[in-house]
Each structure stands twice: as C-alpha cells, then as structure tokens.
Design a protein around this ligand. Structure first.
Ligand SMILES: Nc1nc2c(ncn2[C@@H]2O[C@H](COP(=O)(O)OP(=O)(O)OP(=O)(O)O)[C@@H](O)[C@H]2O)c(=O)[nH]1
Ligand SMILES: [Mg+2]
Length: 283
C-alpha cells in the first residue's frame, strides 16, 4: 500500500507508516528534506494553479493509495491536483483536522474548504473514502500528552489504528457478521474500544452514522478458554444497534496479551459542524 503525505502534518503521518513493512511512503512539502520538494506559495489558489507535474516522481497506477493531509495549511490548496494526479489508483484520504480554535481566519477558511471538498469527492466516488481525524479527540483518547513529541504521540495513535484496521480488513475473522457498508457511506472515522471498560474513543465526532464495524483482536488463549467472551462481544455489539444503523463485527486471532478492538464508523452525510457552531455563535 502506498502512503502519500502532503504538507508537514501529512508528511509526518506518512513517515510514521514506514515503521511497518506493508507501506511505501512519500512526502510532499516545501521543505528541503521532503521526499518531493515543491516551491513555497503564498495562497491556496497559487498552490492549485502552480502544482508541478509529478509524472516522473509518483508513478503509481491501480494501487491502493492513502493520501494524508491537514486541512488548515496553505499547501492543502494542492490537494485536488494531487488527487487528480493519482486518479488511476484506489484512493482513500486521511484528513487531519487541527485545533480549530487556534487558527487564523484564512486558515479556518482553508480548513473548511478542504474538509468539504474531500467529503464531496468521497460522496461522488472519486475517492473511496475519507477518514476524518480530529487532533483534539485523538489527544483526548490518549490522555495527557507532553509538549515534547506531542505530534509524534498523536501520529503513532493514528497510524497504529489505521494499520491494525488494514490488517484485520485483509484477514479472515474467526467469527463475525460483516455487513458491507453502503456504497454511499464514504465519510468515515476510526476509533478504539476499550474491551474491559466498554468505552469507545472515536477520533472524530461523526454524525449520522450508517455503519459501524468493530474489529476485535483476541489472543489464542482467550479464544480457547474464555467462555463468556463471545456473549460479552455480541451483547456489546447488539447494545449499539439503533434505527438505521448497521453494526457488524469480526473477531481475529492475535498474539498480543491484551484484548483490543478497533472500530470504523461510516456516514453518507457531509460533516460540517463548524458551520453549525458558527451559526449558533451568531444566534
Ligand atoms: N496530527 C498531526 N497534526 C499536525 C502535525 N503537524 C502539524 N499538525 C497540525 O496540522 C495543522 C496544519 O499545519 P501544517 O501541517 O504545519 O501545515 P502545512 O500542511 O505544512 O501547510 P502550510 O501552511 O503550507 O505550511 C497545524 O495547525 C497543526 O495543528 C503532525 O505531525 N501530526
Ligand atoms: Mg508547512
């Protein structure tokens, strides 16, 4: 699988994937040490207009590609040109939403544009799926994160979760009821369920979910000997059933001591809560 990062956050998350052998990563930024350095521009529009040809630099075709970017940066103006360049591939996007409260007006506008356009691209099927990730919720899920290495900690959490879900998606569950998400549900987020405490931590506050999938990782001993585990899992999954939501799950064998569960939530509805908050502010 190929990972393409755009901008600083994008490049750093992309690089984090390279600890796993399954991924080939490339980062695009204005900095000299980026894998692909592009000229710095002053506006979103200029990045869109002057995006260089990547023909000889990124030659993927018919590959699974994940594009990673943060929305508020100026370089995110190049996102659509990058997606255009990659269009012969199966593209998913990891969209990182920074702390909106700390953005300038221009950054807020850039963030909103990129978030909306990516979701419309997903809805239209031009990209397979957009995974929305809110830095603040990732941080909350982890607990206290020190300033030094703050983003490294967030990036590890994001990348480990995406990776484990990729692994499970490509493995055969021991038991489960996978329901194929509606082809219209292409706006998604990921999260972690603490199996002991029945506590879910989602990386984005996704509204109007249509499909939720739980991927349980259980070690061999518990699979063999824990007689109450199956009921515990199915009871939990059933407790999440609600009108119009498909809930599915799979149980996978792992070699880790702890039980853990990663989850994905899908919606077909464009997530635009900042606009709603703005309206409320005015009202
Ligand atoms: N999760 C995560 N977020 C980051 C990281 N680095 C920066 N961010 C957030 O992403 C937002 C966008 O910032 P950058 O990634 O520096 O911007 P850029 O994409 O390089 O865009 P430019 O404005 O053109 O430099 C910032 O507001 C940070 O909150 C990172 O490594 N991981
Ligand atoms: Mg930058």
């Amino acid at each position: 699988m190929k990972i393409v990062g755009l901008g600083k956050a994008g490049c750093r998350v992309a690089k984090t994937f390279s600890k796993f052998p399954q991924y080939e990563t490339v980062g695009i930024d204005t900095l000299k040490d980026a894998d692909i350095t592009i000229k710095k521009r002053n506006t979103h529009e200029e990045y869109e207009k002057h995006f260089p040809s990547l023909k000889r630099k990124i030659t993927y075709t018919e590959d699974d590609v994940i594009v990673v970017l943060g929305g508020s940066g100026t370089i995110s103006g190049a996102a659509l040109r990058l997606l255009e360049h990659l269009r012969s591939n199966r593209i998913s996007v990891i969209y990182i939403q920074p702390d909106l409260a700390l953005l300038s007006e221009v950054q807020k506008m850039q963030e909103r544009i990129v978030r909306n356009v990516l979701q419309e691209y997903a809805r239209s099927g031009m990209i397979e799926c957009v995974y929305l990730i809110d830095n603040l919720l990732v941080e909350k899920g982890i607990g206290d994160v020190p300033i030094m290495g703050y983003f490294d900690v967030l990036n590890q959490a994001i990348v480990n979760t995406v990776h484990m879900i990729n692994v499970f998606k490509n493995s055969e569950p021991i038991i489960g009821n996978f329901i194929k998400p509606s082809p219209l549900s292409r706006i998604a987020t990921i999260g972690v369920l603490n199996v002991e405490e029945d506590q879910e931590k989602w990386f984005y506050d996704l509204t109007q979910a249509r499909d939720v999938v739980y991927y349980y990782g259980i070690n061999e001993e518990d699979l063999q000997e824990d007689g109450s585990l199956f009921r515990k899992i199915t009871d939990y999954v059933k407790s999440k059933l609600d009108d119009g939501i498909n809930i599915s799950y799979g149980v996978f064998k792992t070699t880790y001591d702890q039980k853990y569960c990663y989850c994905i939530k899908y919606s077909s509805v464009v997530q635009s809560y900042t606009e709603l908050l703005d309206d409320q502010d005015i009202g």
